[in-house]
Design a binder for this molecule. Structure first.
Ligand SMILES: [Zn+2]
Length: 272
């Protein structure tokens, strides 16, 4: 292992500069616009339980943040910290990662309000599936939801990164995830599991930790990625109310790794 200079390490973990290079990362202006849009929607809404989140967002200041995952400003701050801790954690890892997306179509929710979706239940299931598939090293990522405009359902899913994983473990995990969770839905084939081998996670980590619920528009041509757009107004307010009940750590997935104020610590043998 080559020992890096302090300067090289500082360069690598200069997350802000990494983020600024990414086209979709919010600028200060875009963040202010987003905060305004969220507060305006909450002010206009008549939905029950909107007041708590609206008050929190209206009274969020840099020196006294509300720390709500529904707050664009706090998402941005927490996102930076999370990305930095993940990049630090993997600093000495071999540069071969699997980027995994797992969609639990079996748990999609057909209503306007996503309140019945419980991330902890799904995280516990996923941890069991990882253990069963033989994953012995840390896996981390986030829990997210999309709202599918075509089926009008909330779809829970995970984005994960895992290093040092062999193909047979990925295949075993695919089998486990597919049980009762694959087939056809509204005439379209569901794809509950997706994995790809990547060498560089600098672009993926910011993508993973975005904490934003979006609406999904079906693919226009086969093979193309579905487009993500802002949620319809009612679902948008419901999603803010839903997000507000959690801490950022509640939406973060960790397997064989713990988080403390000093960063992430592996619960297995050190990365070799
Ligand atoms: Zn805030």
């Amino acid at each position: 292992m080559t020992k890096l200079t302090t300067y090289e390490i500082a360069e690598l973990i200069n997350v802000k500069s990494i983020l600024e290079e990414l086209p979709d990362f919010e600028t200060a202006d875009a963040l202010e616009d987003e905060a305004y849009i969220r507060i305006s929607s909450l002010r206009q809404s008549k939905l029950p339980n909107r007041v708590g989140v609206r008050t929190a967002l209206e009274h969020c200041y840099e020196d006294n943040p509300c720390n709500s995952p529904a707050c664009a400003m706090c998402v941005s701050r927490n996102r930076l910290q999370l990305i930095e801790s993940v990049l630090r954690f993997y600093f000495y890892a071999k540069p071969f990662f699997y980027f995994i997306t797992i969609v639990y179509f079996s748990d999609e929710l057909r209503c306007d309000n996503p309140k019945a979706v419980n991330p902890q239940t799904l995280m516990n299931r996923l941890r069991k599936q990882l253990t069963k598939a033989g994953f012995t090293r840390p896996v981390m990522g986030t829990f997210e939801m999309d709202y599918d405009l075509r089926t009008q359902t909330w779809i829970p899913h995970f984005h994960l990164i895992a290093d040092g994983v062999t193909r047979d473990k990925i295949d075993r995990l695919t089998e486990l995830v597919n049980i009762n969770n694959s087939g056809y839905r509204a005439g379209i084939r569901m794809k509950p599991f997706d994995s790809r081998l990547v060498c560089d996670i600098h672009g993926l980590v910011p993508y993973m930790y975005k904490f934003m619920i979006q609406a999904k528009i079906a693919k226009s041509t086969p093979g193309s990625r579905p487009r993500k757009v802002r949620l319809p107004e009612k679902q948008f307010v419901y999603s803010l109310i839903w997000l507000h009940q959690f801490k950022f750590t509640d939406l973060e997935f960790r397997y064989k790794v713990t988080r403390s104020k000093n960063g992430l610590n592996a619960k297995c043998h050190s990365i070799d």
